[in-house]
Design a protein around this ligand. Sequence first.
Ligand code: ADP
Ligand code: MG
Length: 393
Amino acid sequence: MASYLTTEDLDVADRRILVRTDLNVPLEEGTVSDDYRIIKALSAVERLRNQGAIVVVASHLGRPKGVNPDLSMQPVAERMSQLGGFEVRHLDAVVGPSVKQAVAEAKPGDVVMLENTRFEPGETENDPELAAALATLADYFVEDAFGSVHRAHASTVGVAELVRSAAGPLLHRELTEMGKLSDPNHPYVVVLGGAKVSDKLGVIKSLLPTVDTMLVGGGMCFTLMKAQGLEVGNSMVQDDMLDQVAKLVDGPYGARIVLPTDVVVAPEFAESAPPRVVSAQEMPPDQMGLDIGPDTAAAFAAILDDAECVFWNGPMGVFEWENFRQGTAKVAEGMAEANGFTVVGGGDSVAAIRMLDREDDISHVSTGGGAGLELLEGKKLPGIAVLEKWKDD
Ligand code: ADP
Ligand code: MG
């Protein structure tokens, strides 16, 4: 039983519903260059609208310090309107008289979109005044931005303390699917990659005791390799993490960590740099590792093939460049062929899965990067905790 309300529990007809969505999309020259998150967010907006609610959509976009016209929600509202086939009225502020008036004028079935919540300095500080101003716009609050629930902001926590709140359909699905990883079938294999080992140290520590195997590639594997005394050349390394990483590798569960046996190296960090496969034992000092090698990729894929449960976060190499994409592609293939329950999470990991056209082969593609990792670590996420108080209200 979920410990929070869902939209099914709310009688939304003729009510004003503030929906916190994740519309933090990439923009190029003022237009939305990838509308994946808008398409996802539409499910909640359409559902509420069809039930006769007045829908007030809120999201942050990028990391503006105060008002920044380059990060306006205007192009996002426009794209949502095109995709949904209904008007999405873009408002010129997050709160204030003009917003109040627009919401008061809205009719059941109408959709309005607030300006970028981070235009308000009080957003990231969870300022009570901003939370109260947001609360005046809504009869109910729906949290549907899984990627933001690990942050205690005014639009994720502050407003939810003041207005009866429920989880939206995307958030509910995330919590249900990610929740299955807390009681995994075995073999349970976790694949970690991506850029910084510092981002993933918490999840390595908390998952090692429950996994059967942890496959490590990506930029982060070079810090682990260096901690084992291997030459890693000019590869990405976080020297300040070496001590902590060495403790894990040499610790009681260290044998569960599987590192690359071969690496694709290049002389520089460039798309056109010539790739070369070398043994992980003999990395040239003047080269950098930009992907796992073919033997490693095949070994990782074979382990995944036999897994009953898999969680993957972080690409195996610089997948954005064709020369260094093979490791990620091969692991994606192994993931797709696994019999068991498979989850991919993380912004770049999901981008890689979509680029490789493997989305339909994965049990659950999670949209929350940092939030997903914190959930797996067993941390209490503030944006979820605040929903729980409305459950028995
Ligand atoms: P996610 O967003 O899925 O959590 P990260 O943000 O941790 O993943 O890492 C993704 C980035 O890591 C990608 O941009 C990718 O190019 C980069 N990366 C992967 N392997 C390497 C490597 N060997 N050297 C440098 N960067 C790498
Ligand atoms: Mg990332």
